[in-house]
Design a protein around this ligand. Structure first.
Ligand SMILES: Nc1ncnc2c1ncn2[C@@H]1O[C@H](COP(=O)(O)OP(=O)(O)OP(=O)(O)O)[C@@H](O)[C@H]1O
Ligand SMILES: *[C@@H]1O[C@H](CO)[C@@H](O)[C@H](O)[C@H]1NC(C)=O
Ligand SMILES: *[C@@H]1O[C@H](CO)[C@@H](O)[C@H](O)[C@H]1NC(C)=O
Ligand SMILES: *[C@@H]1O[C@H](CO)[C@@H](O)[C@H](O)[C@H]1NC(C)=O
Ligand SMILES: *[C@@H]1O[C@H](CO)[C@@H](O)[C@H](O)[C@H]1NC(C)=O
Ligand SMILES: *[C@@H]1O[C@H](CO)[C@@H](O)[C@H](O)[C@H]1NC(C)=O
Ligand SMILES: *[C@@H]1O[C@H](CO)[C@@H](O)[C@H](O)[C@H]1NC(C)=O
Ligand SMILES: *[C@@H]1O[C@H](CO)[C@@H](O)[C@H](O)[C@H]1NC(C)=O
Ligand SMILES: *[C@@H]1O[C@H](CO)[C@@H](O)[C@H](O)[C@H]1NC(C)=O
Ligand SMILES: *[C@@H]1O[C@H](CO)[C@@H](O)[C@H](O)[C@H]1NC(C)=O
Length: 674
């Protein structure tokens, strides 16, 4: 019996009591209770940490690490003899960042070489590679602690111990656990992060290999986990290195050896458990019961509140979303934030509705910052086409300022919607005073005349006094608003253009309201200042007569107010048309003049109509001169008109319906659906 010289190592002592290496020449054994100062041959990721832990893999994926006893050992009694008995034990732990996932494991290995650079990581555990796995020329024996189930090696599960000869396909394996003194089996979870101990024993005489594992805090189980026979004399080379191999795959586990002892032909010395280094705390610390309950609740509450916050922000974004394009920047000052308008009108609540017309609803609002009272008109507008021109126009008409025009303050654009912000007119629209049944507020003669003059002056400004000619297109009583001093102001100017721009030429909507539409407008669809004058004429008659532009005659037939007044003029009973609610409290001369002016403005022939400047002149100055040359021509044209009508000429080719007192654009929209 000969002990090979390579095994006769000098005893190395380092660093006082931290040094736990002890190899007895006589005993053929060694023990590491911690690895501080240990002389090991390390490669790959293997290191000895300052604490004395042998760290085989360091938490990176797809790496391998080896730690070998520095000198190879001779196990054979003679050159061709049998491998001697040996026993080894080691303390290990596997740490993983995931609760139930780890890879790949640790192997205690006998190898003819400590240069396993050609071996692969992952399922090869740093022992073999795809070419040499299982090849008898490897001369490898290993006890594997495997935490992955590799089908190619017919692993039984992802938590097992196996005996490997020359390759990873175990000759014998068993799922992890131990038998207690009563022979009942206890499962162990290799990746629990717990410190565990393993024993590998070989009986050279009967070629029996026992592998046992157990928790660190108990003595070696009597019954091994695996007991198999395999003649290692046929496997191992002389001499062989002993050590550990470990590898990670796609999961970044850490594999640690805390202590190791070995004995040839005798039991391995006991590892001093008390001296073992501490594991790093990667696994979650054991939590108190309170935290175990509180943390999930807190997490859920946090996720919930983040979710709510996100939902709130998304909703808020949608709620406040506006459309804005580069070209609008030049109109910046006239642009309102949707958010402000939303706040101003309490989210466009119904109790803020002032009224609704052909273009949409109008809401009363109070601007948050300036506390200014405004009227917000919501116009739905799907067509993108023409928007630029329209907004340009909005911006330019926003510059129009006149005491008889409703001031447009600005706009806001959203998807499919345009919001126009106007000065608020506290006394509402004129049609309320003229036509509403019940206890409507009554206007006296002076007020009526003043309203007419106001509207005329507003329209004159649009037609002739401002930079550009602005055609109103929708003059009617409901578009005349009264401010708090009862000044009449013309509203809605320019808005009609929206429909013009928004549609293509062959489906041009005619904008305006039945009864106010000039005959040539119906024929050609082309608006002009003179079509405005026509509508203004009807408006004059409407105010003076207190009748709608289309009224019913004594026989219940629909007739135009203009025709009705014209008939009375012709019959010499013009003053019978004056609003009966005035009783006799009006100026007869003024009434005559205004009625005749109304008829003149609403003359079917454009040539006969005055321009707004002339209208204002009549109203302001020449009311005292009823028989001036203009009025003579009025008589003449009106006579002509009566003559034409008596010949059967009907300037209107359309029949009227009671419902026609809404905007014409609306009617055509509705009839399309019927
Ligand atoms: N600036 C404003 N101040 C106060 N009330 C307003 C203002 N603008 C509109 N209104 C009210 O809202 C109602 C609806 O206005 P809108 O101009 O939309 O309808 P309309 O003139 O009756 O019809 P159309 O849209 O065909 O011109 C008006 O009748 C009026 O009572
Ligand atoms: C470690 O052991 C090897 C082999 O016996 C030896 O060559 C080397 O000097 C030792 N290293 C230390 C630091 O003792
Ligand atoms: C692990 O070791 C490898 C190779 O030695 C190195 O590249 C890597 O940075 C190490 N990772 C950590 C987390 O220490
Ligand atoms: C050792 O074994 C080899 C072949 O296995 C044989 O050729 C040789 O003679 C043996 N030597 C001894 C001393 O038994
Ligand atoms: C982990 O795996 C074990 C057995 O495979 C199972 O009983 C346990 O519920 C798993 N735990 C988690 C957190 O998935
Ligand atoms: C290990 O073996 C490879 C070839 O298989 C060689 O390239 C390398 O230098 C060897 N490493 C050591 C440390 O001897
Ligand atoms: C085993 O390895 C040897 C040497 O590397 C080689 O010659 C032989 O072909 C391999 N056998 C198999 C089955 O791969
Ligand atoms: C084994 O059985 C004995 C007797 O039944 C009992 O006292 C002991 O606690 C058992 N041991 C274990 C580990 O269950
Ligand atoms: C292996 O375990 C059995 C008990 O199952 C025991 O009798 C035998 O001595 C053990 N062999 C070694 C080498 O420890
Ligand atoms: C084991 O193998 C060796 C060499 O091949 C042989 O001498 C020995 O008798 C074998 N042992 C048993 C128990 O078969």
């Amino acid at each position: 019996m000969k002990i090979t010289p390579s095994f006769l190592l000098p005893i190395l002592l380092f660093h006082g009591f931290n040094l736990v290496l002890a190899i007895s020449v006589d005993d053929n054994q060694f023990v590491f209770s911690g690895f501080s100062g240990a002389n090991l041959t390390l490669d790959g990721t293997a290191t000895v940490t300052p604490d004395g832990l042998l760290e085989l893999t360091n938490g990176t994926t797809q790496v391998k690490g080896h730690a070998f006893f520095p000198t190879p050992l001779s196990f054979h009694r003679s050159l061709n003899g049998t491998v001697q008995s040996f026993s080894t034990s080691f303390v290990f732990a596997i740490l993983t960042n995931y609760p139930n996932l780890s890879c790949h494991g640790i192997a205690f290995v006998f190898s003819p070489t400590n240069n396993l650079s050609t071996a692969l990581a992952a399922q090869y555990m740093g022992l073999t590679n795809i070419d040499n796995n299982g090849n008898a020329s490897n001369h490898i024996f290993a006890a594997e602690i495997d935490t992955m189930q590799n089908v190619e090696f017919q692993d039984i599960n992802n938590n097992h111990v196996g005996v490997d000869i020359n390759g990873l396909h175990s000759v014998e394996s068993h799922y992890a656990g131990y038998y207690d003194e009563n022979d009942s089996f206890h499962n162990m979870n290799l990746i629990s992060g717990d410190v565990m101990q393993a024993w590998v024993d070989y009986d050279g005489g009967i070629t029996q290999i026992n592998v046992t594992i157990g928790p660190i805090d108990m003595s070696k189980p009597v019954r091994p986990l695996i007991s198999t026979t395999y003649n290692l004399s046929d496997v191992l080379m002389e001499p062989s290195f002993i050590g550990f191999s470990s590898a990670t795959g796609p999961i970044n586990s850490r594999h640690y050896i805390l202590g190791w002892s070995f004995g040839m032909n005798k039991p391995s010395p006991a590892i001093d458990i008390a001296k073992l280094p501490k594991l790093p705390r990667l696994a979650p610390k054991p939590r108190s019961k309170v935290l175990v309950i509180l943390i999930p609740i807190a997490t859920a509450a946090f996720i919930l509140s983040v979710g709510i916050a996100v939902a709130f922000l998304v909703r808020r974004r949608q709620r406040y979303a506006e459309l804005r394009e580069d070209w609008e920047d030049e109109f910046g000052p006239h642009r309102f934030a949707y958010k402000d308008l939303l706040h101003a009108t309490d989210g466009f609540s119904n109790k803020h509705i002032l009224g609704s017309g052909g273009f949409g609803r109008v809401y009363k609002g109070i601007l948050p910052k300036s506390k200014l009272e405004v009227a917000v008109k919501r116009v739905s507008h799907e067509s993108k086409q023409g928007m630029k021109e329209f907004v340009a126009e909005v911006a330019s008409i926003g510059r129009i300022r006149h005491r008889n025009l409703v001031q447009l303050l600005g706009y806001c654009r959203r998807k499919g919607e345009l919001l126009l912000v106007y000065d608020y007119m506290s006394n509402g629209s004129l049609d309320r005073y003229l036509h509403y049944e019940g206890n409507k507020p009554v206007l006296d003669w002076a007020q009526k005349l003043q309203i007419i003059k106001d509207v005329a002056s507003g329209l004159l400004y649009l037609h002739e006094k401002w930079d550009k000619v602005v055609i109103h297109r929708d003059i009617k009583a409901s578009n005349v608003l009264l401010d708090k001093e009862m000044n009449a102001r013309l509203g809605d100017f320019g808005l009609a253009r929206l429909y013009d721009h928004g549609t293509d030429s062959h489906t041009t909507h005619m904008v305006g309201t039945m009864g106010y539409l000039a005959p040539e407008l119906i024929h050609t669809g082309k608006a002009s200042t003179l079509t405005d004058v026509f509508a203004f004429g009807t408006f004059l008659l409407e105010v003076i007569c207190g009748e709608r532009p289309i009224k019913e005659d004594a026989h219940g037939n629909q007739i135009l107010l203009v025709d009705w007044v014209l008939d009375h003029w012709h019959n010499g009973s013009l003053l019978d048309t004056v609003d009966p609610s005035l009783q006799d409290h009006y100026n007869v001369e003024e009434a005559r003049l205004v009625l005749k002016l109304g008829l003149l403005c609403s003359h079917p022939s454009t040539n006969a109509r005055p321009c707004m400047q002339q209208v204002v002149d009549y109203l302001e100055g020449d009311t005292q001169v009823p028989e001036g040359p203009e009025l003579a021509s009025t008589h003449q044209s009106l006579n002509e008109l009566v003559l034409m009508r008596n010949k059967g000429f009907d300037p209107y080719i359309m029949s009227y319906h009671p419902s026609s007192l809404v905007s014409f654009g609306t009617i055509s929209d509705l009839s399309g659906g019927r």
